[in-house]
Design a protein around this ligand. Structure first.
Ligand SMILES: [Fe+2]
Ligand SMILES: [Fe+2]
Length: 255
């Protein structure tokens, strides 16, 4: 009996074919890095407004072929799954809040508090995160996400919150916050929603706990009840934050 080879390409042949197609696509359409993405590694004064193109090549004006394609109507959790690394920190913070019996809005705030660090912009991440989320969550949730960035630098013994040791390690013992952070703290401290923002910092977990679950599943219902998912999909719904979701979806579009 002769040995029969399974019909169709092997896995490795399929991988080679995919790589070839991707490379052809990149020869044809050039993904563009915004000056901000590379500023520091590159002196922004040296960024070209228009990159040199090979004959027949165009610049990317849509999805980046190297990234997993988002659904046509992306939902919040699609961004978790397709546009960020393991969301361990967010999931563990939200799990902590859930186990502490926090209100669902606080669980959601914990789940989303560092969304900007995870998939958008790191510096001033509370402000960027709040701007991303404002059209879709209760006002106190986005307010608290903005405020947590400031509150994490200020201890509050009433809530058992101390200045994180990790910050001493990461920023140095001589690190001091900027004056705008001090000013924001004075306002936040007196605000009626102070406790919500404080609870984000209390549930913020800084170290990986291997015994804690890191699945999105326990939070799907919380998101469904508390996040106003637009019917058109995030980015295509004409909200004041749509442009930011589109940029995360299509990060290398020319303009
Ligand atoms: Fe944070
Ligand atoms: Fe955090």
């Amino acid at each position: 009996m002769s040995e029969s080879r399974p019909s169709g390409p092997t896995l490795s042949e399929r991988a080679d074919e995919l790589e070839r197609r991707l490379s052809d696509e990149l020869d044809r359409v050039l993904p563009i890095r915004s000056p901000l993405y590379v500023s520091g590694d590159v002196d922004p004064r040296e960024s070209a407004m228009t990159p040199p193109l090979a004959p027949g090549q165009r610049v990317n004006m849509g999805a980046d072929p190297r990234l997993p394609r988002m659904p046509d109507k992306p939902a919040l959790l699609d961004f978790f799954e397709l546009r960020m690394g393991p969301a361990t920190h967010l999931l563990q913070s939200a799990t902590h809040a859930l186990r502490a019996g926090c209100d669902e809005k606080i669980v959601l705030a914990c789940l989303l508090h560092d969304i900007s660090v995870a998939m958008f912009v790191r510096g001033d991440h509370g402000y960027w995160g709040a701007a991303l989320l404002e059209p879709y969550v209760a006002e106190e949730v986005s307010w608290a996400i903005r405020a947590h960035q400031v509150l994490r630098f200020f201890p509050d013994p009433d809530y058992g919150y101390a200045y994180p040791d990790l910050y001493v390690q990461m920023f140095g013992a001589d690190f001091r916050v900027e004056p705008y952070v001090e000013r924001a703290y004075e306002k936040i401290r007196k605000h009626k929603w102070y406790e919500i923002a404080r609870l984000i910092t209390v549930n913020d977990i800084y170290s990986f706990d291997p015994t804690m679950p890191v699945s999105l599943d326990p939070f799907r219902d919380v998101v469904a009840r508390n996040f106003r998912q637009p019917e058109e999909g995030l980015g295509w719904d004409d909200s004041p934050a749509s442009h930011m979701w589109r940029t995360i979806n299509w990060p290398t579009r020319f303009i």
